[in-house]
Design a protein around this ligand. Structure first.
Ligand SMILES: *Cc1c(COP(=O)(O)O)cnc(C)c1O
Length: 392
């Protein structure tokens, strides 16, 4: 089924999206699109995916009522617990799906890019289970910042390929992974980590994450007999947000709010708020909101959470914003840190710093919401990986 944000051209969300890649990638992307189109219509593929999600990933994840946080804010807050999935974040929903597709296509190895290492770990886990060799491209700056995830990937048999170019972070790792794919696309499957990149990735990744919202919609109806007034999710590339938003797009009374990384302030290089500080351009194969200078050179970004620290946003979010179907706001580093501590103290849940941005917005803007209003927050991941930042 199509989202209202999808134009009739596959891969386009209004004016956003598309497939802006060098010629060498056109053929592999077409092959991927064809294979994915066949898989998504094949009940056997869905049965296999459902089985993996249930027995390996740990789905369905619970919807938890946050009683003490609710009382403190004068709201009714429910948390969708993606932090409880295997490997600790929603990323695994997508990597399990893409690795099944890689096997179906007869590929002999998988590659991936990673920033914080969450997508790298989720890809390494899915690849190990499928018996496929795995190479994960990672900036050397991120390897130093996220050493435990480097160790996890290696334990699962993945090779971590150090990228020592540019800012040595996710943007550079993604460029390197795309280059490696175009050098050997016949044998290699590229497992992309967010609702980003050239067509068909934004559609495919969103589809694999849609399970979050499908579960959450049924769970909230069972618990509250009504839909929430608002759903809040953090937005890096935008996959956990698309994952929870999609099942509610047609419910016009449900407000959808994406929270970007406000970092340390509005200046260039101090945040990753693409909608506040960016304008449309092309990065990594897709036309979308991008932090860039007046010549179109990509600007440096900053966020306390590595998972939100990327200069472009998924193209479907750009269209949801243009249509007025979703709103995009920001939370600062400082507020996200405080929110993580608050959720630990009140609910006994340690959120990832990425997810803490969604909680931070809720706390800061509590007056915006109707008293006792029903709110759902997507808790995209757990914060064990962030302990070094949370308790220095
Ligand atoms: C990677 C990550 C994000 C950001 O990615 P999206 O594609 O925007 O979801 C958010 N939360 C966690 C826990 C992550 O690991």
């Amino acid at each position: 089924m199509k989202n209202p944000s999808e134009a009739n051209r596959p891969g386009w969300f209004g004016p956003f999206g598309g497939c802006f890649v060098p010629e060498t990638l056109i053929e592999p992307l077409r092959a991927l699109e064809t294979a994915y189109d066949a898989a998504r219509r094949d009940p056997k593929f869905h049965a296999e995916l459902r089985h993996e999600l249930a027995t390996f990933v740990g789905r369905p994840t619970p919807l938890t009522f946050a009683g003490r946080l609710s009382a403190a804010l004068g709201l009714r807050v429910w948390l969708k617990r993606e932090d409880l999935t295997h490997t600790g974040a929603h990323k695994i929903n997508n990597t399990v799906g893409q690795v099944l597709l890689a096997r179906r296509m007869g590929k002999r190895r998988v590659i991936a890019e990673t920033g914080a290492g969450q997508h790298g770990v989720a890809t390494a886990a899915a690849a190990a289970r499928a018996g496929l060799p795995c190479v994960v491209y990672m900036g050397t700056e991120d390897m130093a910042r996220q050493a435990p995830n480097v160790a996890r990937m290696r334990m699962m048999g993945a090779t971590v390929a150090a990228v020592d170019a540019g800012s040595r972070t996710l943007k550079d790792a993604t460029s390197e992974a795309l280059r490696a794919w175009s050098a050997d696309s016949r044998e290699t499957f590229y497992v992309l980590g967010s609702a980003l990149g050239p067509h068909p990735y934004p559609t495919m990744v969103r589809d694999f994450q849609t399970v979050i919202g499908v579960e959450a919609r049924a769970q909230i109806l069972k618990e509250e007999k009504r839909l929430p007034r608002e759903i809040i999710a953090c937005v890096g590339g935008g996959s956990n947000a698309m994952g929870i938003f999609t099942a509610f797009l047609k419910d016009k009374a449900v407000a959808l709010t994406g929270v970007e990384a406000g970092g340390t302030g509005p200046g260039p290089g101090r945040h990753a708020a693409r909608f506040a500080g960016g304008y449309p351009g092309v990065l990594h194969g897709t036309y979308t909101y991008l932090l860039q200078d007046k010549d179109g050179q990509v600007l440096p970004t900053h966020s306390i959470s590595a998972g939100l620290d990327y200069p472009a946003v998924g193209p479907e979010h750009a269209e949801l914003r243009r249509m007025g179907r979703a709103r995009y706001v920001q939370a600062s580093d400082k507020d996200a840190l405080a929110a993580a501590h608050e959720l630990c103290r009140l609910e006994g849940i340690l959120p990832a710093l990425e997810s803490a941005h969604a909680i931070a917005y809720l706390i800061k803007e509590k007056k915006r919401f109707k008293k006792n209003g029903l709110i759902m927050v997507n808790l995209s991941g757990r914060g064990d990986k962030d302990l070094g930042t949370l308790c220095p």
